[in-house]
Design a protein around this ligand. Structure first.
Ligand SMILES: Nc1ncnc2c1ncn2[C@@H]1O[C@H](COP(=O)(O)OP(=O)(O)OP(=O)(O)O)[C@@H](O)[C@H]1O
Length: 462
């Protein structure tokens, strides 16, 4: 009470006012100020429910990811302010499910509805603790300590793309499989947590959903990824009042969050050409999410209590700086080299055929067994098709055209005249005799007009 107020106007940006109590103002950030006002796209007050948070924050990002863009949602705030609750959820009630399970459910639901594309989905779960990366989805491990998990390292290719060595990408065909992987990761996260190493507080966790999609027959693949990030608590070392091992941790956390802040500051200054991404593992991994090819949403979590006023103001300030960054998200499309080769080979063949036909230079080589088989199949389909408008397309290769003519002729000759009218022959041909009794037998497709016997000019009945 009397510490903050929210002005949540539907039409414009919502604003949050943090009021510094008089007894705290002395020696505070700026002892002349009594209140601090911040504007945000949306403010969720204490009563906000997880489904509302999902609908306003995660759903729009998930939709972009489904459309082929990269997305990131990261939660930043002091320890205990609700980052994990927002990103992963609370364990007590089903309705407390956080952004990750709801997003998985939404994404798989959408994928199931769309039959126009073939989708493949993978997930990865990375924990960064004291500047070391750990794979939380390692299925083999029986870790009792974080250090038992496979270590993930960063590699950079010549194009400055970041690759994470040792981070497993696990395929998830449906929501259930993806949730099981989330559960495995969260279990590993918890097992590795000791009193000295409260992983949830002291480490950064990045759950990533990788989606690739392709239209059947197309060589173009769309790839997108969605990072859901639970950052370490942002409190200051002086406040935590710790020493020894915990101090080392706190320094690391502070250092990596400090580097995150430096990256954010550098990005907000338009003139800066160098952005210090490489200073920490977390900023390297989130490089694309910060000032790159990504739709990024930041959630600032506050625990507005008298003791936490300075932390809350620091978090809001940080969020305002992040809001200044402009990212440029592009559609991530690439060509599948295998499919491209198949398509190009086909195109080359067609062009060769056409060229041979136009220049009159026919190939003399024999048709291969494979080509003959293909032609036989085409012929069979063509001959069995009752549609008079059906066509037989073998391309502009005279060898193939000749082969087809020969086979159609053989097929016709094989039809026994006496068998005319049998169900089988009627399927495609009608066989009639010349009226002048010259024994000429004409065979013609059903639906063709009356024909003349070539030799006698006699009518051939239909
Ligand atoms: N909106 C909420 N409704 C109900 N309980 C909440 C809410 N937000 C947080 N909590 C509870 O508050 C406690 C601390 O939240 P949480 O663990 O999410 O904080 P955190 O910011 O992730 O902290 P840390 O930095 O230590 O990881 C948890 O017990 C959580 O269940």
């Amino acid at each position: 009470d009397n510490i903050y107020s929210v002005d949540d106007d539907e039409k414009s940006l919502s604003s949050l006012e943090i009021i510094v109590p008089r007894d705290l103002a002395d020696g505070f950030v700026n002892n002349k100020r009594e209140s601090y006002k911040f504007k945000f796209q949306k403010i969720f007050d204490q009563e906000a429910k997880q489904d509302v948070v999902f609908d306003s924050i995660a759903k729009p990002v998930a939709e972009c990811v489904l459309a082929g863009y990269n997305g990131t949602i990261f939660a930043y705030g002091q320890t205990g302010s609700g980052k994990t609750f927002t990103i992963t959820g609370g364990a007590e009630r089903y309705s407390d499910r956080g952004i990750i399970p709801r997003t998985l459910s939404y994404i798989f639901d959408q994928l199931q509805k769309d039959s126009s594309k073939v989708y493949t989905t993978h997930v990865s779960y990375l924990e960064i603790y004291n500047e070391c990366g750990y794979d939380l989805l390692d299925p083999r491990h029986e870790a009792s300590r974080l250090e038992d998990l496979p270590k993930v390292t960063i590699m950079e290719d010549p194009d400055q793309n970041i690759h994470l060595k040792n981070l497993s990408l696990q395929q998830a065909a449906n929501e259930e499989e993806a949730l099981n992987l989330l559960f495995l990761g969260d279990t590993n996260r918890m097992i590795a947590e000791t009193p000295m190493n409260q992983a949830s507080t002291r480490s950064h966790c990045i759950f990533t959903i990788h989606i690739s999609s392709k239209e059947p027959g197309s060589a173009t693949i769309q790839r997108s990824k969605l990072h859901l990030v639970d950052l370490a608590g942002s409190e200051r070392v002086a406040k935590t009042g710790v020493g020894g091992h915990l101090l080392t941790e706190a320094k690391y956390i502070n250092l990596s969050l400090h580097y995150l802040e430096q990256v954010i500051i550098a990005l907000a200054e338009k003139k800066r050409s160098h952005i210090p991404y490489r200073n920490s593992m977390m900023t390297s991994v989130l490089r694309d999410s910060l000032g790159g090819n990504c739709m990024t949403t930041m959630i600032a979590t506050l625990s507005i209590d008298k003791r936490n006023i300075d932390e809350s103001i620091a978090t809001c300030r940080f969020a305002q700086r992040v809001a200044l960054i402009k990212n440029e998200a592009v559609l991530n499309e690439e060509i599948d080299p295998r499919l491209m080769i198949v398509q190009l080979k086909k195109e080359i063949q067609e062009l060769k055929d056409e060229l041979a036909l136009v220049t009159g230079k026919q190939r003399t080589s024999e048709l291969s067994q494979e080509e003959l088989l293909q032609l036989d199949e085409l012929l069979e389909t063509f001959l069995e098709d009752n549609d008079p408008d059906s066509t037989l397309d073998v391309g502009a290769d005279m060898r193939k055209i000749k082969y087809c003519f020969i086979h159609v002729k053989v097929f016709l000759l094989n039809i026994d005249g006496s068998a005319a009218g049998t169900e089988n022959n009627l399927k495609t041909f009608t066989v009639e005799k010349c009226q002048k009794k010259c024994n000429t037998v004409e065979r013609h497709c059903k639906g063709v007009k009356q024909l003349n016997c070539e030799e006698h000019g006699g009518l051939i009945d239909k």
